[in-house]
Design a protein around this ligand. Structure first.
Ligand code: SF4
Length: 108
């Protein structure tokens, strides 16, 4: 059965341009932070993050930037199948290391 998690995305109707910054700098940080705020309130953020990791998506997905996901994927054992739970552990790692929600988004 197809998983229609997109239907419950908190960013439906939002300005999606903000979710795809070319670079994250102090100048566009307020827009990026508003995306992260929306993701934080989103009921499907774990599934969103998982899809972004699987498909190597560009932009902000599931409370992460592209670079956060790249670092995460590079450091894991790529011979093992990626799981939703493992992706969720990325958020915990970012929180534990105070990278998420806001500190460290620039340059990430
Ligand atoms: S986690 Fe963020 S990017 Fe993903 S569906 Fe929710 S609001 Fe949209």
């Amino acid at each position: 059965m197809k998983d229609d998690w997109h239907k419950n995305a908190a960013c439906i109707g939002a300005n999606t341009e903000s979710f795809f910054p070319l670079v994250i700098k102090k100048k566009n940080l307020p827009q990026v932070i508003s995306c992260f705020d929306l993701c934080e309130s989103c009921s499907v953020s774990d599934k969103c993050l998982y899809q972004a990791c699987i498909n190597k998506e560009y932009g902000i997905w599931g409370r992460t930037t592209e670079r956060m996901r790249k670092v995460f994927l590079k450091e894991r054992d790529s011979t093992q199948e990626l799981t939703l739970e493992e992706c969720a552990s990325l958020i915990q790692y970012l929180k534990d290391n105070e990278i998420y929600p806001y500190k460290g988004i620039v340059n990430f």
